[in-house]
Design a protein around this ligand. Structure first.
Ligand code: OGA
Ligand code: CA
Ligand code: FE2
Length: 440
């Protein structure tokens, strides 16, 4: 194989040419497969049978053995946090007519990570006793009587009891794909390299593979897989911590089974030439609710066992040839599974290094660290995977602890206060002027 000069290597982008364009790529050794362009903006490609049926089954059973855990919340705006009722009301009353109607809140994206249906909102009005005059809409007067903590508590409850309303409703597990002792699939990196035109060495060093399972009502409303370019922030190299950004240049998503009905991958903005963020939010942002509006998207990809799709989340920076701005049209998500289950595997191709510093192939994490290697029942940080019940218990224990701590602090302060009073009293009585009794 040709040796790659790390200092000169720059990332390449597969050219889609035009929609429907097909290119023969030798994905398996001596075995060509067609790579079909299904979108120009962003460039998206589809390739059937990228994995064999046996390989898909293998990944699913390996994922089950490792143990899946609930996918974390998507990053979202918390529109009621620390806001006054007035400000929150203004945001929710989308059409400024002085009333909040269910249709308006349904279309505000990402509210507390929940996407309500009209029926669920009417239920919320009832449970929070918001709609005092029962006219199906909320005036400011009605709204201002509901406290923010009560609303937050209600949203927490809904997230727990109605996961179908969450922006992301799935279970997942991370798995290493680059432990030479345990290759998960043969020539996996070679295949990915020939598909993505990125060197194998680079793919070796990217993130762990994420395997995701969606049940009925499982979905992932539209989102970006990566973060906006911000040269002040370093790229994440371990997990998404607060002081770094995701630099996921491209995504390879592989379907591991055939869901009975639903579970498509949707790109609501693919090919949209006149996109503006503000107009989108106000106008057609509701298309991002993929539990309800999957087929309103510009591009909808049907899941088929073994099929892979590849797309680019970022532009290439013309000057550096390296990771550029986030492509706003790369927004996408997974539609509701209506019948059956859906399994996918995500491999994010992260451009963490920089060419001029000579660390172009810098990896996502320091691989090979034994303590990070997977054991069944642990996640990719080596932590034990907990069931939802166990997590709930942990939360309760934490809360009890917090209460105890604050009680102790209160007692301590009280004690100090009393001690001080005794001291004061002593000083005063040593003057011989008072005789003070203190209740302790
Ligand atoms: C994701 C994703 C789409 C799908 O996991 O980031 O966008 O079809 N999934 O499951
Ligand atoms: Ca209104
Ligand atoms: Fe995604």
């Amino acid at each position: 194989m040709k040796k790659i000069d790390k200092t000169k290597w720059v990332p390449k982008l597969r050219d889609p040419v035009k929609i429907g364009h097909q290119e023969e790529v030798m994905v398996f050794p001596f075995h060509n497969k067609k790579v079909t362009s299904i979108s120009m903006k962003p460039p998206i490609f589809e390739i059937s049978q990228f994995l064999t049926d046996i390989e898909c089954d293998h990944l699913i059973s390996y994922a089950k053995r490792l143990g899946l855990e609930e996918s974390p919340l998507a990053k979202s705006d918390h529109l009621i946090d620390d806001e006054t009722s007035e400000r929150t009301f203004k945001i929710w009353d989308n059409n400024d007519d002085g009333f909040i109607e269910p249709a308006e809140i349904m279309h505000v994206r990402g509210k507390e990570d929940l996407y309500f249906t009209e029926e669920d909102l009417l239920e919320m009005f009832k449970e929070l006793d918001m709609d005092k005059d029962v006219d199906g809409k909320i005036s400011f007067e009605e709204f201002s009587k509901v406290t923010v903590p009560a609303m937050k508590e209600y949203f927490d409850k809904v997230r727990r009891t109605k996961p179908r309303l969450r922006s992301r409703n799935s279970r997942q597990v991370w798995m290493f794909h680059n432990d030479p002792k345990y290759p998960i699939l043969s020539d996996f990196h070679g295949r990915l390299s020939r598909l993505s035109l990125l060197p194998e060495e680079f793919i070796n060093n990217t993130e762990p593979l994420q395997v995701v399972k969606y049940d009925v009502h499982g979905h992932y409303h539209c989102h970006y897989d990566s973060d906006e370019l911000d040269r002040k922030l370093p790229c994440c190299t371990f997990s998404r911590e607060d002081d770094c950004r995701l630099c996921r240049f491209a995504t390879v998503l592989i379907y591991l089974n055939n869901p009975k009905i639903g579970g498509e991958t949707a790109f609501p903005l693919a090919g949209n030439e006149s996109y503006s963020a503000e107009a989108w939010e106000k106008g057609e942002g509701w298309k991002c609710n993929l539990a309800q509006n999957c087929h309103k998207s510009n591009l909808v990809v049907k899941p088929e066992k073994g099929k892979a799709i590849l797309w680019y989340n970022h532009f290439l920076d013309e000057k550096t040839g390296w990771l550029g701005m986030l492509d706003p049209l790369a927004q996408h998500g997974g539609c509701d599974v209506i019948e059956g289950t859906k399994w996918v595997a995500n491999l994010w191709l992260t451009l963490v290094g920089e060419p001029d510093t000579g660390d172009a192939f810098k990896g996502w994490i320091d691989h090979g660290k034994d303590e990070l290697m997977f054991q069944p029942g642990t996640n990719w940080r080596g932590e034990t995977i907990k069931t939802d019940d166990e997590k709930e218990k942990d939360k309760e224990i934490k809360e009890v602890k917090k209460e105890e701590e604050s009680e102790n602090r209160f007692k301590k302060e009280n004690m100090e206060d009393k001690e001080k009073k005794i001291e004061d009293a002593k000083t005063e009585s040593s003057d011989g002027s008072y005789d003070v009794k203190l209740e302790l």
